[in-house]
Ligand binder design. Structure first.
Ligand code: SF4
Length: 253
């Protein structure tokens, strides 16, 4: 197909408009300055410590595209009547709190989170969260070929996230969910074969103890230690933190 200069310009114009539309959708979802469940699930506490004190690097084009797909999915796949439910709680007092009542005095006492879906199954509440991934990974070093990969277990950080949701739901509604389910949806097959991972959630006291430990570290005035992982290259504070590049593990999966 031959392409005139005008055709090329029209093509470029629609790409520009699409990217702007993606950006609007992604940046609409700005988080308030509260400690969100996902702030507490990563291995590096320093990253979260920076979140409350430093300006992050702007999102990469890849991150914007990933968030965009996630948002389209979440808006269009409710698994029950209770979906996208927002929770907030003071973990030290074990009392629910509205986001508007979280301020600089209690920010490191409180956690907020939005639960994808709450399902009732055989009289018990199950916490469900949808996660997108891709079974096809581009190998840039091999000239952009695709490698097939499998998902055999859920990400431990997502398991922690659902445990925090359990704590928030318990404090707010007084209901103790025993099971969590992470529903992995493969972008490479347009979500054709949803893959659920079902697991037991931790007891409330255990979750509260490690959540308080993390809140204490984020609250402290002294910078916590770095935890260098393969995720460092995608950290929005990479430049500020400046870990030795040779210590960042290679991304293998
Ligand atoms: S670059 Fe790595 S070590 Fe530094 S804050 Fe980010 S995740 Fe932590």
């Amino acid at each position: 197909m031959t392409e005139s200069l005008q055709d090329k310009m029209i093509g470029e114009e629609v790409i520009k408009r699409f990217k702007e539309a993606q950006k609007v959708v992604v940046t609409q979802e700005k988080r308030s300055k509260t400690v969100h469940a996902s702030h507490l699930t990563g291995e590096c506490v320093l990253k979260t410590w920076y979140e409350f004190r430093e300006k992050p690097e702007p999102l990469s084009a890849q991150s914007i595209s990933n968030f965009y797909v996630g948002q389209i999915l979440h808006k269009n796949a409710p698994l029950g009547k209770k979906n996208e439910v927002h929770y907030g709680a003071n973990i030290r007092t074990m009392k629910p709190i509205l986001t508007k009542d979280i301020n600089q005095n209690n920010v490191f006492d409180c956690v907020t989170g939005t639960v994808d879906d709450l399902i009732e199954f055989q009289g018990e509440m199950v916490i469900a969260d949808k996660k997108t991934w891709s079974s096809l990974k581009i190998n840039h070093r091999a000239g952009g070929t695709y490698e097939k990969r499998d998902k055999t277990e859920p990400d431990p950080n997502y398991i922690k996230q659902l445990n925090i949701y359990k704590l928030l739901i318990y404090i707010t509604d007084g209901v103790e969910a025993k099971k969590g389910v992470l529903l992995y949806l493969d972008k490479a097959t347009s979500f054709k074969d949803p893959m659920p991972f079902v697991f037991d959630l931790q007891p409330v006291d255990e979750i509260r103890t490690w959540v308080l430990g993390k809140l204490d570290k984020i609250r402290q005035l002294v910078e916590p230690e770095r935890t260098i992982t393969k995720y460092c290259n995608y950290c929005p504070f990479l430049k500020i933190c400046d870990p030795p590049r040779s210590e960042i593990p290679k991304w293998t999966s």
